[in-house]
Design a protein around this ligand. Structure first.
Ligand SMILES: [Zn+2]
Length: 180
């Protein structure tokens, strides 16, 4: 018990189970010694309930979600996103799907966004979609002449007279450019 209250030793990639403090409080009435931590935990735990030793969270519509931790979130995301029934939906949609399946963990929305961002198939689809949009834009918008060329060649709005004059000047003084 003393170990729980002390600063946890830094364990590489081994975050503590987020459910533990809720279970400790809801099932055994244990609270952190620090006043504000205790108050915060009490407030947060109002959304949770322990059933058969497992933590569950109430949704706003009074549905119970199973709280998961450790490797479980990644497995659930993988199965939901790219499993048999998965359709590589976006991050937000994935978060909703996981919730509809009855699972919950505090960082689920952010984790689902990250998961989709790292999915190779979704990445490839995103790049393809972006490149087709870009090529569409190129087709519809008129191409702008490069800035350097506009300086060297008389612009479109130059009248015939000034254009001829410019040409003559150019013949007489070949080093002079047309830019003004
Ligand atoms: Zn995907």
């Amino acid at each position: 018990m003393d170990i729980d209250e002390a600063e946890p030793p830094s364990q590489d990639d081994q975050p503590t189970d987020w459910r533990k403090e809720h279970i400790n409080y809801l099932a055994e009435g244990l609270l952190p010694t620090e006043k504000w931590d205790a108050r915060r935990l009490k407030r947060r735990s109002a959304h949770y309930v322990v059933m058969d030793g497992e933590l569950h969270r109430w949704t706003a519509t009074k549905v119970l979600l199973k709280c998961i931790s450790g490797e479980e979130p990644r497995l659930v995301m993988a199965e939901t996103h790219e499993g048999a029934a998965g359709n590589h939906s976006g991050g937000r949609a994935l978060g909703l799907k996981v919730k509809n399946l009855g699972f919950y963990w505090p960082t689920m929305n952010a984790d689902c966004e990250t998961y989709v961002r790292k999915c190779d198939k979704c990445q490839a689809r995103h790049i393809f979609r972006r490149s087709s949009t870009e090529s569409l834009e190129l087709q519809t918008s008129p191409p702008l002449p490069p800035l350097v060329e506009t300086k060297a060649v008389p612009s479109k709005c130059t009248t015939k007279d000034t254009f001829t004059r410019s040409l003559q000047t150019a013949k007489e003084r070949p080093t002079v450019t047309f830019s003004l």
